[in-house]
Design a protein around this ligand. Sequence first.
Ligand SMILES: [Zn+2]
Ligand SMILES: [Zn+2]
Length: 280
Amino acid sequence: MNVFQGRQLVITTKHGKGAVLAPILERLLGVHTIVYEDFDTDSLGTFTGEVDRSLPPMDAAKAKCLKGMEATGIDLGIANEGSFGPHPSLFFMPCNEEFLCLIDLKNDLEIFVKDISLETNYNGAEIKTTQELFDFAQRVGFPSHALILRKSKESAEDIFKGIQDQDQLEKIFSELLEKYGSVYVETDMRAMNNPSRMAFIGKLGEKLAEKTLSKCPNCQRPGFSITEVKRGLPCALCTQPTQSVLSQILECQKCGFKEERFFPNGKSEEDPMYCDFCNP
Ligand SMILES: [Zn+2]
Ligand SMILES: [Zn+2]
C-alpha cells in the first residue's frame, strides 16, 4: 500500500487536462481525483501573450497546484505547465516541453517531472490568401487540432481562439483579411484543443506516478529518483569511454541515501559505431 491510496487529489487545470490525467492517477496512485477549474490558470500567463508568463514553468506549475489545494482544502495536488518553442539542441525544430508537479503537504513531498516532445504541431504564420490558410490548416492537423486567428502576431486585439470548424475558419479569416490586409494564423496549444499535447501530458502523468511511487530503500520516503546521469559506457572494441550512459544515480531528498544503477539501457558495452576513438 502506498501513502496516497484512498486519498483525494486535486488536479488544478483549466484546459481539460483533468480528462487525461485523472484516470492515470487514479489507476496508478489509488487516489480519488477532483478537478479544480475555477482558478483562472491563464492569470499566470497565456500562450498567446495577452498575459505575460513571468514565472519559470516549474514555478508556475507549483503556484497553480498550491492555489487549487488551498481553494479545495485538499492536501494532495498536481498541476501542469507547458511551453513551446525551438528545441534547445535541434535547431529550428519546434518542440513542446511539459512540466508536472505533485505536492503532498501531509508527507512534505514535492515531485517534479518534465519532458520534451517533438510530436507537436506548434506553428504560426502571417498569411494573405485562402490557399495559404488551407495549406497551413492541413499541415497542423486541423480540425482535430484547433487554430487561432488574429490581426497580427504582436497584437492581442481581434483574436479568435479554439477554431475547429471549417466554415467558421473561413468566415473569420475573410473578415480579418478585409479589415487588416493580412492575418496571423497559429496553432491553439491549449490542451483541450490539441490532442497531440494531451497525449504527451498523459505520458508525463504516468512518469510522474512512477517517480512518485519509487521509494527510498533506506527511509521509505516516496519520490526516490534519478538526480544524476554518468556517461562513459565502454566501447566494445577498444574499451575507451563513450558518450553513452554508464550509470544513473538516485538520491533520496530526505535522508540523502544514494544508489548507483549501472547499465540502465540494458547493455554493458557500446557499439564501436558510437565510439569517438574507433569511429571518430
Ligand atoms: Zn531516504
Ligand atoms: Zn572504441
